[in-house]
Write a protein that binds this ligand. Sequence first.
Ligand code: ZN
Length: 280
Amino acid sequence: MAAALAFSGSNPAQAAPHDNDPMAPFEIADGVYYVGASDIASYLFKTKGGLILLDGGYDTTAPQILANIRTLGFDPKAIKILLSTHGHLDHAGGLAQLKRETGATLYASPLDGALMARGGKGDFGLKDRAPYPPVTPDRTLVDGQAISLGGVTMTAHLTPGHTRGCTTWTLPVRVAGRLRQALILCSNSILPPYRLDAAHESYPGIAADYEKSYAFWRSAPCEVFLGSHGIFFDMQAKRAALLAGKTDAFVDPAGCKTWFDKGYVDFKATLASQQSEAAL
Ligand SMILES: [Zn+2]
């Protein structure tokens, strides 16, 4: 299920069978930490007013995330704000536990927040096949909303398609003494059951949503490319480079551009092939 959720099927060779293995946390940029598993990402942001956590993994990832936060020397109770990329089980499955144990305020987009409150059931593409412990967000986000805590401001961008309320986050970060723009991708993948052609579209406007989301992704400043899965941005290779002393290993505007250029070509090809199938 994890592989099916994470990958469009266009590149099964890349599917990570061990997406949820425990992994030591590390610092990506000043005060920005990777606290997730081997592929299932989660990010911790240190601010003067407490901590922000983005994404909760599977329900079985949540204890790893909490352990990683403690390994870094932080108290999970200092987490004031819980954010999410989207309401699939590999990113929202751990949010109920994390919310319970931290008491943080959970923000989500209206449509993915509703999906989280249903514990992932009634998804337009996955139906009831990928349930998780339900969690009800405290606040809903609008497109372009800024979330600020202790001098750190993150901006929510609604980039629907993969889910109806998929949320990509941007923020300025400091890497090796330089200010950089970070982009944390929700997901651009098209899961195998999705239909994009007008005659059978999985939800009304799905193809137009992907089109609009790509317009954002391909124009947004993206120097530090991150996302809900490590595989989106070659996390393991960059982590190895970082640990070997390359302090700006995660600065990769070219990798970001390539990911979205290639993704857009794949999206158009999938759309065209589904349209021609539908026309038969
Ligand atoms: Zn997903």
